[in-house]
Design a protein around this ligand. Sequence first.
Ligand code: NAP
Length: 247
Amino acid sequence: MSARELADKVAIVTGGSRGIGLAIAESLADAGATIAVIGRNGERAKQAAAALSGAGHQGYACDVADPFQVTDTVKAIQEGLGSVDILINNAGLTRDNLLMRMKDEEFDEVIATNLKGAFNFTRAVTRSMMKKRDGVILNITSVVGLIGNAGQTNYAASKAGMIGMTKSVAKELGSRGVRCNALAPGFIRTDMTAELSEDQIENLQSLIPLGRLGETDDISGVVRFLVSPAARYITGQVLAVDGGMVM
Ligand code: NAP
């Protein structure tokens, strides 16, 4: 990969204001892309965009679960930054509970953000990517979508759904020059995993052949590869980046 392999590309990173998404935004900006950082908290998204290397990045307040906000935001990005070349569907949240206690709202909110949110953004960029016959979509799913997890029925369903969506989009848009893949992180140190106890971390580490939780830049480097021209013959794949936890 060249140092600036994404020069002249415009990339949307949903949930790019914190955690894994922020590391992805930094990595794609380093590769020369202009980044649209999306978050619910617009101030945080704008600050994150302003701190990226290079000029021209923008932050946008947008709830990915709201199709109208997504349509308006993609329009604003296209007018402000140009047509979108790369979409990273990364925004996500957890509302964990045991199945018998899980409330409708906990199930619905997780599906609406993690799965419908990825659908909303994918649909909004598809027309222009098809027209250019060029585009890359990467869905950040989770190993939990592959193997399930007690207490995460809602989250596992949303992440497994993203995998089915990834393969369908890859089949539907491949002939139009658009690639779509999924990356499944294992346990990565971010706000999302900040509440794990020392005991839980020790237990998890014993299940990970590489013996440690992941850091955000363990993910962002792989994302940079998957959206680059070097990965031009890869589509419809799910790549676990998890220290070997799921194999
Ligand atoms: P995080 O630190 O909690 O950050 C979540 C990001 O998503 C924030 O930027 C947040 O924006 C944004 N977001 C949440 N709901 C949103 C919505 N409705 N609309 C727009 N933006 C929204 O999470 P993370 O750990 O970096 O996780 C990033 C992705 O990786 C998620 O999809 C997660 O499921 C997946 N993942 C994480 C792990 C892990 O171990 N951390 C493992 C596997 C998969 P605000 O700042 O505005 O709230």
